[in-house]
Design a protein around this ligand. Sequence first.
Ligand code: SME
Length: 150
Amino acid sequence: MKESKEKKYFELVNNIKILTEGEDDVISVMSTISCEVFQTFDHFNWVGFYRAVGNDKLKVGPYQGGHGCLVIDYGRGVCGRCARERAVQIENDVTKLPYHIACSSDTRSEIVLPVIKNGELLAVFDIDSTEPGVFDEVDVRWLAEIAGLI
Ligand code: SME
């Protein structure tokens, strides 16, 4: 299971590098990343970015999956906590989280990573899964590498 996850991420990162080579438009790269990551794991039901837009607010950016709320204040939900703390958040069962912003009742677990460029928070990278407890240090390592391509 772990090995195949590593293999999938290895191929995914290579594909994203090839597709985005030489592209410096942040939205284009975020769009490509959302698409590629979403299609790699069957149990991902939302993959995308919330952009830091000032006044401690996140606004939805490129994503794949069901609808997402448009604005999230820092500190609110899992994404808002990630933005405030600038730290990776892993939630194994979001149904047990009173502060989770539930955009889909199918979502069970979630990982959110900060996307930091030149010391500034650019966005948070949010991935939701229909399976509980699927995210671990393997996902953190690969998804951080992917976010670093922005
Ligand atoms: N899961 C997020 C909200 C955004 S959606 O799931 C797309 C949160 O609680 O931060």
